[in-house]
Ligand binder design. Structure first.
Ligand code: 8GP
Length: 831
């Protein structure tokens, strides 16, 4: 039993409430203190890695003061908190973000400069926290940032994967995956909380509590401990510091000393290995779902620890559990955390002895659910026998939830058996499956999509019957947004300085509606020149980055044409590389004099393919093979270059996005739920070439159609095209056929390797409609070039776009969630 002091003296009392020390001497002392006392180095033998760690620890000391103050304050005023449950948080780096939030960047730059280090180099020592795959995980990181900056009491909950997103190496043009050992060196941005540990059960059997209908004792001897690690989320311009609590499996107590003593060394550690693996790896699939047993156990460990923690915190208020929805809102980031619903039911029924109705009322007022994709391959389903074996109590609860739900449907629509079959949480297949999206929907009071078109589509497709049964009001739209702190102020300092000048101060960073002021400067020649110069500098920075990561030398005077995102058939990187091949062909037909008049272009790709996604990996190989031939073609020179940047990451995006002239967001209409990089590119003065899909549509509405290049068929036409192509051979236009011919003629190495990619269009039904959209895509590229020739107009487009992008700040998204879903208020943290 640990003790707390009987009285707290002034020194302790004032610690967390004192001002952050900013003077150079104090900062220098604290860096040296960490260098020597935390890392056992001396100023004489420190390298830039040591300098990073010592500085990061010193910054974190300053952050901690606010962090403690925030939690103390929220507890004191009983603030309602929102809990964002997500299996993914794609955080990236924290050091620079924290320096900017605390407004200490200049101070640290000076202190480090005094001892001969450049702050940028020190920042480069930090490894990304890559605990996510792509859009969904990065959105979670932007959302906790916005909660912190907008003074909402918000926590993220996730898993502390020992290996994050795999590192992508390119060997002989192919993707090769290597583990991401991001925790090999000390991580300044996490705090182990051994005191915050919860037991999580698996398997076992159930014993009904005598005389009760819904109360069971779950007996099992497979029990793992989930331990908390806290990650601070610095709020810019506020004392509020958010928290991401990540769970890790604790294994020490699972060591079997008896087996060890008997000489069975493997057996002695077997239990530890089985437990640890639960939080070892992030599943590297984006927009796909693999029904792996380990994944189910991972999801449950996460949900159980999180719900136990939320209940423990709530209980400290001394209020009755019926008031949980007044103090806690839980957002499910896609279906992966859906087991939180039956887990909260289990706690309320079995541990707290509430009735079913009391418990269900609390659950449905607490949870809300966001859907992020409609791709069928991403829909989470778990075989009933698997769920029953691993989580027998939850399977029972899910049956009961389904029973009561179907009873209510039957009452409203008597005799409609087909409706019951369609809407049931249990799919009647062999074996039966638990449909997690339906469970999430039934257990939540609000369900949202992530852009207007996507929210409409889910109402007409997957949740169509639910709209009929539960009413339209439950289904809403919350268009995604991105953080202006990281995606403007952090990654694009020169453009940000210009915005600050136009706005008059830095308040736009937390209130993006102020960027509207840029419109007043669009005719100011000096301003325009500096705007272009900022872009040019970012392009040079990217050219240097590309040279150092790939060895390819590109000219910063070329048009930078960027497509960076997960490699997936629906995103159509294949269509892009086909168009590059066609372009190469056209350039080869020209005389040198004609070629000299063309706009020089660098086509840049980056992105990872899921390890088991063969087609996506072949696309990477094709891009690299094409790049190799074109880049070595002396006749073409700088007129066309193709680059595949390996190991795409948040940090790589921070180099890429501010440097783009044109970026491509070219999913088949109706397949990209929202996209968020489209927002980032436009917020950095880039122009987008895209389909009428996801958030592209709303971006076009906000900035005006003259500022965006749309092409391709519309979402409502896709069904008919697909239907046609199931029965008819696609007819590639001349341009696409030329690209096929060049590949088949072995222009880019053995063409046979790539035949399956061509066949996906010609013989596989062309599911993503490349043959349909290709002609308008080539037209759109021409329109881009024509526009780019007129640099004056291009700069106007660039400035006007940024000026009109306020809607796409994640602060706006979070405010909408707070008001319409979570019912929480901002709380200004003070002493
Ligand atoms: C993505 C969507 O594909 C993207 O359009 C959207 O902008 C983003 O979510 C944020 O809402 N979906 C996923 O990343 C996704 O489904 N990931 C699976 C790994 C779970």
């Amino acid at each position: 039993q640990s003790k707390t002091p009987s009285k707290i003296d002034n020194v302790f009392q004032n610690y967390s409430h004192s001002e952050i020390s900013r003077d150079a001497a104090t900062i220098k002392n604290s860096v040296v203190m960490h260098l020597t006392a935390t890392f056992l180095r001396t100023p004489a033998n420190m390298d830039s890695g040591d300098a990073y760690l010592a500085s990061a620890f010193s910054v974190r000391d300053r952050l901690l003061q606010r962090w403690n103050m925030t939690n103390e304050y929220h507890d004191r005023v009983n603030a309602k908190r929102v809990y964002y449950m997500s299996l993914e948080f794609l955080i990236g780096r924290t050091f620079d973000n924290a320096l900017l939030a605390l407004e200490l960047r200049n101070e640290y730059s000076k202190v480090l400069g005094d001892v001969g280090f450049c702050l940028e180099d020190i920042i480069d020592e930090e490894r990304d926290a890559a605990l996510g795959n792509g859009g969904l995980g990065r959105l979670a990181a932007c959302y906790v940032d916005s909660m912190a900056c907008s003074d909402y009491p918000g926590w993220g909950y996730g898993l502390r994967y020992k290996y994050g997103m795999f590192q992508q190496q390119i060997i002989d043009g192919y993707q090769v995956e290597a583990p991401d050992c991001w925790l090999d060196s000390p991580n300044p941005w996490e705090f182990p909380r051994p005191d915050v540990t919860y037991p999580v059960k698996f398997y076992g059997h159930l014993v009904r509590v005598p005389d009760s209908k819904h109360r069971f004792t779950w007996e099992s001897n497979v029990v793992y401990d989930a331990m908390a690690f806290d990650v601070p989320v610095p709020g810019y311009g506020t004392n509020n510091v958010g928290n991401i609590r990540l769970w890790s499996c604790k294994t020490n107590s699972l060591f079997d000393l008896n087996k060890f003593n008997a000489g069975d060394y493997a057996g002695a550690t077997g239990g530890q290995v089985a437990a640890q693996i639960l939080t070892d790896v992030l599943y590297p699939n984006d927009n796909t779902n693999e029904g792996k047993e380990l994944r189910l156990r991972q999801e449950y460990l996460f949900c159980s620890a999180t719900l136990q923690d939320i209940i423990a915190r709530f209980k400290k208020t001394g209020k009755p559990l019926s008031e949980l929805p007044d103090l806690a809102a839980i957002q499910l980031n896609d279906t992966h955390p859906t087991l939180g619903i039956p887990e909260l039911m289990r706690i309320l029924l079995d541990d707290e002895a509430l009735t079913w109705d009391e418990a269900w009322s609390i659950v449905t007022r607490t949870f809300a659910f966001t859907n992020h994709t409609i791709l069928p391959e991403a829909m989470e389903k778990w075989p009933v026998p698997m769920m029953d074996k691993i989580l027998p109590r939850h399977m029972g609860i899910i049956y009961d939830i389904n029973l009561y739900f179907l009873q209510s449907v039957e009452e409203k629509f008597p005799g409609d058996r087909d409706l019951l079959r369609r809407i049931s949480i249990i799919e009647e297949s062999n074996p039966q499956q638990v449909r997690m999206a339906f469970l999430a929907c039934v257990g939540s009071h609000k369900v949202n999509g992530v852009a207007a078109i996507h929210s409409d589509i889910i109402k007409q497709s997957i949740f169509n019957d639910f709209v009929t049964v539960q009413g339209e009001d439950k289904f809403i739209n919350k268009t995604n947004g991105v953080s202006p702190r990281r995606w403007m102020n952090g990654c694009n300092p020169d453009m940000s300085a210009l915005i600050t000048e136009a706005v008059g101060d830095r308040t736009w960073i937390n209130d993006l509606t102020k960027v509207k002021k840029l419109e007043d400067h669009v005719a100011d020649d000096d301003f325009r020149a500096r705007w272009s110069a900022a872009k040019q500098k970012n392009k040079q920075r990217l050219a240097d980055y590309i040279l150092s990561t790939t060895g390819i030398k590109i000219s910063a005077d070329a048009l930078f044409d960027v497509q960076v995102q997960r490699i997936h058939e629906y995103k159509r990187q294949l269509m892009n590389i086909f168009s590059v091949i066609y372009r190469y062909h056209c350039l080869k037909q020209m005389t040198p004099a004609e070629r000299a008049k063309e706009i020089s272009r660098v086509v840049i790709f980056a992105g990872k393919a899921a390890a088991g996604y063969w087609v996506a990996k072949q696309v990477i190989k094709l891009i690299n093979s094409v790049a190799e031939v074109i880049n070595a073609d002396a006749e073409i020179g700088d007129v066309l270059k193709v680059v595949f940047i390996p190991d795409y990451s948040v940090t790589a995006a921070e180099y890429l996005i501010p440097a783009s002239d044109i970026s491509q967001h070219i999913s088949t209409a109706g397949t990209e739920a929202s996209g968020t990089s489209n927002m980032k590119f436009v917020l950095n003065g880039g122009i987008i070439l895209g389909t009428v899909d996801g958030a592209n549509i709303e971006i076009g509405e906000e900035i005006g159609e003259e500022q965006i290049f749309f092409f391709g068929c519309l979402a409502h036409e896709v069904g008919d095209f697909r239907h046609y192509l199931r029965f008819h051979q696609p007819k590639p236009d001349e341009a696409l056929q030329t690209a096929f011919d060049l590949i088949q003629n072995n222009t880019f190495g053995d063409g046979a390797i790539f035949q399956p990619l061509i066949d996906s269009v010609l013989r596989g039904g062309d599911v993503y409609l490349l043959s349909v959209d290709f002609p308008s895509y080539i037209q759109a590229h021409k329109a881009v070039e024509d526009a780019y020739r007129n640099q004056e107009e291009w700069v106007t487009k660039s400035i006007l776009s940024v000026a009109r992008m306020a809607k796409f700040s994640s602060d706006r998204s979070i405010q909408e969630y707070a008001e319409e879903v979570w019912n929480i208020e901002p709380v200004r943290v003070t002493n």
